[in-house]
Design a protein around this ligand. Sequence first.
Ligand code: FAD
Length: 511
Amino acid sequence: MIREIRLLLGDQLNPQHTWFEDKREDVLYVMMEIRPEYEYVIHHIQKITGIFAAMRNFSDWLEEEGHKVRYLKINDQDNAQSFSDNINSLLEKTEAEKFSYLEPDEYRLDELLLDYCKQLDIETEMHAAEHFLTDRQDVKAFSKDRKSLIMEYFYRNLRKKYNVLMDDGDPVTGKWNYDQSNRKKLPKGHEVPKPITYQNDLTEVYEDIQKAELPYIGEIQPNEFIWPISPQQATQLLDAFVEKMLPNFGRYQDALSDDHWSLYHSRLSFALNTKMLHPLQVIEKVEKHWRQNGDEADIAQVEGFIRQILGWREFMRGIYWMKMPEYANMNFFEAENDLPEWYWTGETKMRCLSKAIGQSLEHAYAHHIQRLMITGNFALLAGVEPSAVDRWYLGIYIDAFEWVEITNTRGMSQYADGGIVGTKPYVSSASYVHKMGDHCKHCHYDHRKKTGEGACPFNSLYWHFLDRHREKLESNRRMAMMYRVWDKYSDDKKDELRNQAETYLSQIDQL
Ligand code: FAD
């Protein structure tokens, strides 16, 4: 007889959770594919397919392990397409006296389930999700009595707490941070290993999505789905990353390339964010590899990688829980422009943008510098309204879940939070794009030209951005040098730059 119903969300696929240690006859796990979760923004087809496939695999695994599972597929007749209606119907059909769920990572779902529980007249419980290395409120607690929120100190604290890359209480090699040695572009002729991909046949899942007529963007090869869809595949991807990519991860972490869509990046974010992979599993594997093969993957590579997971990932989650729901409405620069139409097609003459967007549509993936310094940078310079930017990022990337998407997009990339995540806006002219890669070589525009025929739009838009937001930015010490440069320009030159930028802004869909 079923006494307890336990809900598992699509991003809660952690096989190591303590819930699964006991096989209880009186517990029914429920998992569901429901329309509203795939309609509130338009998602990439690979994201929907990947999540459904990973959920279905997880449900099969639970059953093989001897657990009872009710899995509702998107087209099932008795799927009422809502969490509450589906659970109500199971409560009616069983003798359940308790409803439990795991701590959701998204504010919207957290509220929805809290409200739902208030309506029930049986016992309810929210159980720890047992995934992250910090609690929801840890960043808030850490920042108490500190003037500013700096990821670095939060991260160092976690290194100590989890004894990661530490020797007798000190950082291994005596240094905490290797960012300075990790900013190289790819040398000429450098060969990047082929990305490690799967060829999962997800035709059945894909056809279910077609039949349900869920809206979507992007491309897919359903019989050759490249992303991991089980904890086993996620672990294999991690192992392969450590062997092939880690030795160069940090060094080329910020590089841009016309030929390589993921360079030395791990592409573990989907597996991590759906919880198929535990962050500590990743960190321990990487550290162990370094301790055993120190020469091969030197400390700068390893530290650079661990900092992303132990530092940035945990930090962003903490900011999310500290600042939601206000965070979702922050718009420091009062930006209100539309997202250029070519964000949905990649059809722009700007090579770096067309490459970053094109591969996002093709693979549901772009690496960090493409998200930050290409698509994010341009949207910020073009004054795009942050909610439109958020919707795009939340939809297009396979790893996009609001807690980590919004903090990176609205926070790190758009500075819409006025400096909670970053100490200054991540904006640049074409010189950065040129310095970090080879897109400019293949571009219609000239990265050296600021104005006139063929001038790269990043150049005038950069100065226009600084000029129009002077009041908000000039007191920021990290921006002072750029204002000194601007102030040295003649009035004519300033006007030329302003006019050029305004022309580009007025024709943004044609750029
Ligand atoms: P790698 O470069 O191999 O890094 C390893 C891991 O570190 C990642 O898998 C990720 O778990 C973690 N990580 C790295 N950078 C960050 C970061 N800034 N914040 C949190 N975790 C980080 N990441 C997401 O997981 N989901 C998102 O929706 C998302 N949206 C972003 C939007 C913008 C505008 C920007 C600038 C960044 C965004 N990021 C997001 C962070 C980062 O770009 C991705 O985590 C990374 O590109 C995923 O690819 P990867 O697994 O190959 O990462």
